[in-house]
Design a protein around this ligand. Structure first.
Ligand code: IDP
Ligand code: MG
Length: 148
């Protein structure tokens, strides 16, 4: 089924200069890039993006990680993409690997480049988990005219 997914390159990956290698892997999935932008990860945007984590004890640390502060990154930049294609959501999630980098297969993006540090699974990339999440996240991150 043709579907869309939201991908975020998180500040840990940006600061480690991993954007190119991550995008290279994702671009080999035979999906189309429909949207791309640099956006400031405000506290409000982080809370909205991770509304599914409301009430979790590690949420404040995850927000600090997603803004970059946890790693001393102060520009708060995140790179956001919309990819579209057959089974885009499961294809991208498979390329990422498990949420916990220690459990992710070593050939996946999170397994190769992620780590657990300062109480957070620092896993380099976000990708939508299901179709409903994808559409909610895309409308949170992109204006309609920015996704072509
Ligand atoms: P996902 O990114 O694989 O979809 P979610 O459960 O949606 O995983 O969690 C969002 C993010 O919160 C994860 O990518 C990870 O950075 C962080 N996270 C999730 N669960 C934990 C945890 O138990 N401890 C620390 N950080 C976590
Ligand atoms: Mg998730």
């Amino acid at each position: 089924m043709k579907e869309r997914t939201l991908i975020l390159i998180k500040p840990d990956a940006i600061s480690k200069k991993l954007t190119g290698v991550i995008l290279d892997r994702l671009l080999h999935l035979d999906l189309e890039m429909k949207g791309a932008k640099v956006r400031e990860m405000t506290e409000e945007l982080a809370r909205e993006h991770y509304s599914n984590l409301a009430g979790k004890p590690f949420l404040p640390s995850v927000i600090s990680f997603m803004r970059g502060d946890l790693n001393g990154i102060t520009d708060h930049r995140v790179y956001a993409f919309v990819f579209e294609g057959e089974d885009a959501i499961s294809k991208v999630r498979a390329a990422l690997g498990a949420t916990d980098p220690a459990k992710a297969d070593p050939w996946t993006i999170r397994g190769a480049f992620g780590c657990f540090k300062d109480g957070v699974m620092q896993n380099c990339v976000h990708a939508s988990g299901c179709k409903e999440d994808a559409e909610r996240e895309i409308s949170l991150w992109f204006n309609p005219g920015e996704v072509l």
